[in-house]
Design a binder for this molecule. Structure first.
Ligand SMILES: *[C@@H]1O[C@H](CO)[C@@H](O)[C@H](O)[C@H]1NC(C)=O
Ligand SMILES: *[C@@H]1O[C@H](CO)[C@@H](O)[C@H](O)[C@H]1NC(C)=O
Ligand SMILES: *[C@@H]1O[C@H](CO)[C@@H](O)[C@H](O)[C@H]1NC(C)=O
Ligand SMILES: *[C@@H]1O[C@H](CO)[C@@H](O)[C@H](O)[C@H]1NC(C)=O
Ligand SMILES: *[C@@H]1O[C@H](CO)[C@@H](O)[C@H](O)[C@H]1NC(C)=O
Ligand SMILES: *[C@@H]1O[C@H](CO)[C@@H](O)[C@H](O)[C@H]1NC(C)=O
Ligand SMILES: *[C@@H]1O[C@H](CO)[C@@H](O)[C@H](O)[C@H]1NC(C)=O
Ligand SMILES: *[C@@H]1O[C@H](CO)[C@@H](O)[C@H](O)[C@H]1NC(C)=O
Length: 786
């Protein structure tokens, strides 16, 4: 218990001893007004020699520091602008810092301004509110308390009337306090205060009427034919004041807003009328006023009003399309006009009157035609007509217009060389004027043949706006000559914008071992689709790199090569047009393990050779000599005229078998030196052989009946081929095939090789005429029977 005070004494005494030799910078933690000057001292008793200063670690010029005596040095900072800085004093010998301080700055509030104004719901009288605002740059996070101080010549003393932590402050019921009235001159000062500093703004002087903001005026609008009348009243009619009235179409951009200025003398009435307003259109109007040299009032809340229909605004703008005449010369006229906007109140009755100009108005057919609000379809004959449109409102004629319908075949001037081009969704048209000077041109256009748009142009070019995207437009130009028209000229159909290419669809892949044939089709293209200039086929395995190959726009297939066998690939196709590109879905496929296209023929060939060697080989060897010796008559050297004396009727029968060539079991007939074995080979469908014979060659060799089958299969399909074979020899449809047809069955005894060696018996049998007759056949049969 006794130790603690003792300890404190000891500590304080030692620190006292040390302080004599300490170094330091004074004063500490400075707050100064921005732009002011400051002197700071360094106490360098602890070291010998000179000192130098650094500000935010930058050495200050030696000239800024002034030695006072052996142990003190001062530095003088002029016009200090930094928000915050660290100043240090260093020993010149050791460069060691001897001490330091921080300097922070604050600024005065500026741009002080005040207004006297009224509470929202009040109107005239003395203003209840006094609002001052100012600017203040501060880089400190600590709270700043602002106070508004007012003084007047009347009161002399300054008193606080408002305080705030924002840069704005409103005094309510200032009229009750009596501190500010509407007479005299006043001065306002704003004080900013924190725990560390306090600063005052420059004084702001005002005369109350100069800062009086009146309440928004009261506005009264009237829609009259062709214009709007605006009337308003303010709370300050007893003094000269200025007003602004702004108006704009509802939904229009703010930039198109119009503002009218009006200065009113004391007791003058606020009244203004603005014309050039569109008929049957909603306008919004607002007004504000200000006393002379005083701030503007708030804008009056916008009021909306619908303008009345102005007669001069009714432009029917009548036009017509005439179809080609039918056989009787009747034509359909599609009349169209600009409807009176539906925003116009009241009922408008349109009536269309058709007059044949041939009869000079005497005969009017079909008389008045009541139509829709903006279109009408009428039938007219081949004569020239005039269409007259009238619109009535409340039984009074509002407007009328007429248009000429030329007679069929009427010779009238027309424009030439109509050219169209589209750019950014806008179609531009130009044409050559006809020889006869035209008063104007009517351009009409449609994308569907039902909805027509039309406009008049005085020059020989125009642009069509507001078109639908990617639609083909039919555009017609007709010259106008006063109230008559020329002939219409239709431009080539043109697209408002060109779309990307159609969609790539139906990706088909035929994959083999190392390659794949990828083909695709394009979805039926829209009229305004872009044409694919090329295709890019992307393909790759899941792991492998994504490859691509570009295909000319005229082709729609590609052979992908160098693929890995037995692997899954994915592929898709991108169609590229000038206007964009489209991409197909991804298609997966697998490459084959083996290439059947190569494997099958190899296996088949090998199989066939084995069969032949095992089965036919010995037989062939046995018969070899006979084959070489035998003589087959050459049908090419024969002639039908050389028939022997046999009866004509029998000779006719000769032809019968020709119509049934395939009836013969041993159809393929080989001429003289032809090699039956090789021919047979080439004629066989390899897969058929594989099925029928290759599977089990052992069976074939064991069974005597198998060769029949062999013949059958070779016979079935290539009956035409064999005919071709024969006809290749020169003579078309050789009747001589029947020789073997007849002979072959006779060889049915020869079970081993009957068909492959079809004419082997000829030698041993009678050297008969090559031409087989029924007689001969009978002879032969009987011979065999013997
Ligand atoms: C040096 O000047 C300072 C300030 O004027 C003073 O406090 C101090 O005692 C002086 N020291 C000497 C040794 O004169
Ligand atoms: C107020 O100041 C204006 C000039 O600023 C001066 O003309 C006017 O006489 C002053 N009014 C009074 C009441 O002092
Ligand atoms: C600022 O104003 C508040 C509330 O009026 C007060 O509590 C605070 O002490 C003031 N701060 C300073 C630095 O005057
Ligand atoms: C109306 O007055 C404002 C300023 O008071 C001015 O900028 C504007 O041009 C004036 N408008 C017309 C149409 O005179
Ligand atoms: C014509 O316009 C009136 C309103 O002005 C409307 O009631 C009527 O349905 C319209 N008739 C047709 C055929 O569009
Ligand atoms: C546009 O004109 C072409 C050529 O005369 C015609 O075949 C086609 O039907 C027209 N299309 C429309 C929508 O009128
Ligand atoms: C018509 O052509 C002229 C010059 O060729 C051009 O200046 C003008 O803008 C064009 N008018 C329209 C409506 O395209
Ligand atoms: C096609 O592949 C090549 C590399 O083989 C690559 O540089 C190119 O960008 C690919 N093309 C496309 C359209 O991806």
């Amino acid at each position: 218990m006794f130790c603690l005070p003792l300890l404190l004494i000891v500590i304080s005494s030692t620190s006292e001893v040390q302080s004599k030799n300490t170094c330091d910078v004074i004063p500490k933690d400075l707050y100064i007004q921005v732009g002011s000057n400051i002197d700071i001292w360094c106490d360098s008793l602890c070291v010998h020699g000179k000192v130098f200063w650094t500000l935010d670690n930058k050495v200050l010029p030696q000239s800024w520091s002034t030695p006072i005596n052996s142990s003190h040095t001062a530095v003088s900072l002029r016009n200090f602008m930094r928000h915050k800085a660290a100043l240090q004093c260093h020993s010149a010998d050791t460069k060691e810092p001897l001490g330091g301080t921080t300097i922070k700055t604050y600024a005065k509030p500026t741009n002080v301004g005040c207004i006297l104004h009224y509470k929202n719901d009040s109107w005239g009288g003395v203003p209840q509110l006094f609002t001052c605002s100012w600017k203040h740059q501060s880089h400190v996070s600590e709270q700043i308390n602002y106070t508004v101080l007012v003084s007047s010549q009347l009161h002399r003393s300054q008193f606080e009337i408002c305080s705030s932590q924002e840069k704005e402050c409103t005094t309510k019921d200032v009229h009750l306090s009596g501190n500010i009235t509407l007479v005299g001159n006043y001065t306002v000062t704003v004080r900013a205060k924190t725990n560390h500093w306090e600063v005052y703004s420059h004084p702001y002087e005002f005369q109350p009427y100069r800062i009086l903001q009146i309440s928004p005026p009261k506005l009264n609008l009237t829609a009259l034919s062709g214009h709007i009348l605006a009337e308003w009243t303010t709370s300050a009619t007893s003094k000269k004041h200025h007003c602004q009235i702004k108006y704009n179409k509802v939904g229009d951009k703010e930039a198109s807003e119009k503002v009218l200025n009006k200065t009113l003398a004391a007791r003058a009435k606020g009244r203004i009328s603005f014309d050039k307003v569109e008929s049957c259109t909603h306008y919004k109007v607002s007004v504000r006023c200000a006393l002379d040299k005083a701030p503007w009032s708030e804008w009056r809340r916008e009021e909306t009003l619908l303008t009345q229909l102005h007669r001069s605004d009714v432009k029917l703008h009548l036009w017509r399309k005439v179809t080609e005449p039918d056989q009787s010369g009747a034509r359909k006229v599609y009349a169209m006009w600009t409807e009176i906007p539906s925003t116009c109140q009241g009922t408008f009755i349109y009536s269309l009157n058709l007059t044949s100009t041939k009869h000079h108005g005497n005969a009017t057919r079909p008389g008045r035609t009541l139509c829709g609000n903006s279109t009408c379809k009428i039938e007219v004959n081949e004569d020239a007509h005039r269409l007259k449109l009238k619109v009535h409102h409340n039984e009074t004629l509002l407007a009328e217009d007429s248009v000429y319908v030329p007679a069929v075949g009427e010779s009238l001037p027309e424009v030439a060389n109509v050219q169209t081009w589209s750019l950014g969704g806008v179609i531009h048209i130009s044409w050559d004027a006809p020889a006869q000077p035209a008063s104007g041109y009517m351009i009409d256009w449609t994308h569907d043949g039902h909805q027509y748009y039309w406009k008049e142009s005085s020059s020989t070019n125009t642009s069509l706006f507001g078109l639908l995207n990617k639609e083909p437009y039919n555009i017609t130009v007709t010259p106008l000559f006063g109230d008559k028209t020329g002939l219409s000229t239709q431009a080539l159909q043109i697209c408002s914008t060109v779309a990307g290419p159609g969609n790539v669809s139906n990706i088909n892949v035929e994959a083999s071992q190392k390659s794949a044939l990828v083909s695709w089709t394009m979805k039926p293209q829209e009229v305004c689709s872009g044409v694919a200039i090329h295709y890019v086929v992307f393909y790759g395995t899941e792991q492998g790199p994504q490859l691509n190959v570009t295909v000319d726009g005229t082709k729609q297939s590609i052979h992908l090569k160098e693929l890995t066998p037995d692997t899954q690939y994915s592929t898709y196709v991108r169609a590229v047009a000038l206007t964009g590109s489209s991409q197909s879905n991804v298609r997966h496929f697998n490459t084959k393990k083996f290439d059947l296209m190569i494997a099958i023929p190899l296996m088949v060939s090998a199989g066939v050779i084995i069969v032949i060697l095992l089965f036919v080989g010995p037989c062939a060897a046995l018969r070899c000599k006979k084959i070489l010796k035998k003589q087959v008559p050459n049908p090419g050297l024969s002639s039908v005229a050389l028939w022997p004396s046999a009866s004509h009727q029998k000779g006719m029968l000769l032809f019968r078998p020709f119509s049934y060539p395939s009836e013969s079991l041993c159809e393929p007939v080989y001429m003289e030196e032809s090699q039956p074995f090789t021919t047979l080979d080439t004629q066989l469908d390899p897969t058929a052989v594989l099925k029928e014979h290759y599977i089990d060659p052992a069976v074939i060799t064991q069974s005597n009946k198998r060769p029949h089958d062999l013949e059958d299969t070779s016979n079935q399909s290539p009956s035409t081929e064999s005919a071709v074979l024969l006809s290749e020899g020169g003579s078309p449809l050789s009747p001589y095939r029947s020789q073997s047809s007849v002979e072959s069955p006779s060889q049915s005894d020869d079970k081993e090789c009957k068909c492959l060696l079809p004419i082997s018996h000829q030698e041993s049998s009678t050297p008969l005429s090559v031409y087989v007759t029924v007689e001969l056949f009978e002879q032969y049969q009987s011979m065999l029977e013997k």
